[in-house]
Design a protein around this ligand. Structure first.
Ligand code: SF4
Length: 411
């Protein structure tokens, strides 16, 4: 398989991830420490301010996909009564749990996923996370706390923000009981400030993709976003992104691209196909096409965070997310991304078990193509369930799509 230029910061990334999981493992076995599970765009800042070590099951789902173990476990969850049509992160994670296995064992030597004291979700991304956490809550008899966020939001209003902020504030009482102490407001402000810094740095990393040639591809981004998801608001995440940004800025200065000889610039809309990340990266390298930006990697940029107004700004960040927004708002955001990153075409991944993050189902590719004058390609696949993905068809479609770009005058 073709390989792109190596990112030297990758070793620091591996060290950071290993450190996080070892710390989580130690916390889950220490009666003095508390572990919370949180959804990937949930209220992590509040949990950190209470002193919880925070674990993100979606990251575990992605690991199951990337290690191509998901299809081994999904049938276990189906046998438990979970439909093959629902989120394959959920079914592979629950299936792995029922099988008593985890990729954290091979990667970091953990005996199992770190057992929590509480599970906290936000439905801003989908309802599946609530049902996912409820499985474990029932299993272990643990509290499952949550925030219900509006969906399909057009303009974000004070009413949206207030209703979510009140729900976040209402978590303080039960979390304080589990943590054994009340919230330290100064600490929360510090965590929100650090989280805002993670977002700022992660966004700067992603924006190196706007240069020609792009310093970063979506496939690199999907790996290097790990700290923005599982370690945001921590010193080590911020230190790591400074190292990465420095390296990528060096690439920009020297005119080095993530795809040597970059000829085409593409946008990736939707979830990754975790089990084919490497194969697809290699395919685009061979085609001299760089996927320069994506909705997915941008989903961990929380512009609204403000330490002076922690609850409302956390609420605003949760509601302003792309996945929460109306079709019209999503369309505006995508049009802006296409212009900012000077993109030649958009690839829509229609992930069968994640309708929440598949945006090709209500006519958007056609509307955007017409509005922006660029072609789009929609392929059928899935985030984790490779039975729903065809290598042959996808490769053929992508090759034909890129060929079509070659025939266009401006490409
Ligand atoms: S957004 Fe999609 S992949 Fe993520 S938890 Fe929800 S259904 Fe699963």
């Amino acid at each position: 398989m073709a390989e792109g230029p190596r990112i030297a910061a990758t070793q620091a990334l591996k060290d950071l991830m290993e450190g996080r999981f070892r710390s989580l493992d130690a916390a889950s076995r220490d009666p003095e420490r508390r572990v919370a599970w949180c959804t990937s765009v949930g209220p992590v800042e509040l949990l950190l301010a209470f002193g919880f070590e925070v674990y993100f099951p979606e990251n575990h789902g992605a690991m199951l996909g990337a290690t191509r173990k998901a299809n081994q476990y999904i049938p276990r969850a189906i046998a438990e009564g979970y439909s093959p049509d629902i989120c394959s992160y959920l079914t592979s994670d629950v299936g792995a749990f029922l099988a008593g296995e985890t990729p954290l064992a091979d990667a970091y030597g953990l005996a199992g996923v770190p057992k929590p004291d509480v599970l906290v979700y936000n439905t801003n991304q989908c309802r599946d996370v609530q049902d996912w956490f409820s499985f474990y809550g029932r299993r272990w008899g643990l509290p499952v706390l949550g925030i219900q966020t509006h969906r399909g939001v057009g303009e974000v209003t004070d009413a949206h923000v207030d209703s979510v902020a009140l729900q976040i504030e209402a978590l303080c009482e039960p979390l304080g009981k589990i943590a054994g102490h009340p919230l330290d407001h100064a600490r929360l402000e510090g965590v929100v400030d650090a989280s805002r810094e993670t977002s700022r740095l992660w966004r700067a990393v992603l924006e190196t993709g706007a240069h020609r040639p792009s310093a970063l591809s979506f496939f690199d981004g999907a790996i290097h976003m790990g700290p923005a998801v599982i370690a945001r608001a921590t010193q080590e995440a911020n230190d790591y992104y400074r190292i990465l940004l420095d390296e990528l800025s060096g690439r920009v200065e020297k005119g080095l691209g993530a795809v040597p000889g970059e000829r085409y610039r593409l946008y990736w809309e939707g979830m990754p196909v975790w089990g084919r990340l490497r194969a697809l990266s290699s395919l685009f390298l061979e085609l001299k096409a760089c996927v320069v930006a994506s909705t997915y990697c941008n989903s961990w940029v929380f512009e609204a965070l403000d330490p002076k107004d922690p609850f409302r700004s956390m609420a605003r960040a949760a509601v302003e997310l792309f996945i929460v927004r109306s079709e019209d708002e999503k369309e505006k955001t995508l049009a802006e991304m296409v212009r900012r990153y000077d993109v030649d075409g958009i690839i829509f991944h229609d992930a069968k078990t994640c309708p929440n993050n598949s945006n090709s189902r209500y006519g958007m590719p056609g509307r955007l193509s017409k509005k922006l004058g660029i072609p789009t390609l929609t392929f059928q696949g899935d985030v984790n369930d490779l039975r729903l993905y065809s290598d042959e068809q996808t490769v053929t479609n992508i090759e034909a799509f890129v060929e079509q770009l070659a025939d266009r005058p401006h490409a």
